[in-house]
Design a protein around this ligand. Sequence first.
Ligand code: PLP
Length: 440
Amino acid sequence: MDQALEEASKEFLVRYGGDVFPALFRSAKGTIVRDTRGRDYLDFTSGQMCATIGHNHPAIVAAVHRAGEKAFHFFSGMIPEVVAELAQVLARDWLPGDLTRSIFINTGSEATEVALRMAKMYTDGYEILVLGGSWHGITGGASAVSMASDRKGYGVPVPGIFVIPEPNAYRPYVKGADAEAEALANLDLALKLFDMQSTGRGAAIMVEPVISAGGVLVPPQDFMQALRQAADDRGMLLIFDEAQTAFGRIGKKTGSEHFGVVPDIMTMSKTLGGGLPLAAVSTTAAIEARLYERKFAYYTSHVSDPLTAEVGLAVLDVIQREHLVARANEMGAYLRGRFEELQQRYEVIGDVRGLGLLMGVELVTDRASRTPAHALGALTTQKCFENGLSMNIRRRPERGSVWRIAPPLTVSHAEIDQAIDILERALRDSLDEIARDKAA
Ligand SMILES: Cc1ncc(COP(=O)(O)O)c(C=O)c1O
């Protein structure tokens, strides 16, 4: 049966041009994922960065059961009670500033589409500023504002997109520059160029509080404040994409709280559904009122979905009851400490960065040159997987090789220790193998 399904997966599925795994996957619990060959892996990516409360959490299982008992589906304008409850909980307990009005959809890409539609209709503009290394999703509008993906081969992207160089404290654009000063100077220059090119129809500036796919880059505080100012100065809206950063991952309720900067629109997704397809976009009552006047609409067959809303409520409740926001700080500090110990011993670990349990570890050939160690990154990631640790590596020629590490917020000290042991062994073996190949 296992073998037959492995064959079926090869024969009947559209293949993905990225990572390929040797087996199919069957189950998961907490931090552990199990494949069809009975092998267990520590999941240090929380699936697609979604399973923040751990896989197969009893609260999620119960919520799915409750919603499954009802198993209804309404016309898009007919709001299920549970969706109203989720909107209320978000506004009351989680959203910053005066963000109070929400809409619920399914994926982060869709959340980006909603945010862009809101900003365009509200401002009557269409120009969007985004950061280098950004990732806001794969659908048409979302991929047009995403700079971290391969954009080749999919036709003409949506027009009106402008790029601000991303702040990178480890790898400033000008080697040796003061990274924070450079980030602000680059922003200033990007805005001058934007003003030169703009048709006067600016709609929004969109940013991830931690630029994750772009290499887990944490922007400086001043930079985020300057984005707020830049949007205000131009009558544009500021959008925070909190797909990964909301609801505890970075040790705060939101990235907005971390920076003390409140956006006009916030998108949330991965961490809200805990593994189920739930996303939200929130804005202020004033913006919502103007959109309503203009007959704003965004709906798919699964807008305001009751099943995922039930799960979202359960996820938020678990994060509060199990104090997972504080736990992300505590376990993040422990994980960072373990990486910093490794960094003392391995010249190839150039940088350890991130917030809470969203961490980036950048590999270099040596610390003086900071040359990206792509082959080492790929080999070590593969060896980690073979030894039971699933990790994600971001590799871009211009940005280096960066492990993105984001285990569930429920991860234990023992699991972190086990992951670090696997990783160290994989790193040592990979360094030996590369040295042997060079010598041969
Ligand atoms: C910051 C950010 N925004 C948006 C998305 C898109 O979300 P989805 O894959 O759910 O469409 C992602 C997914 O990786 C993301 O990391």
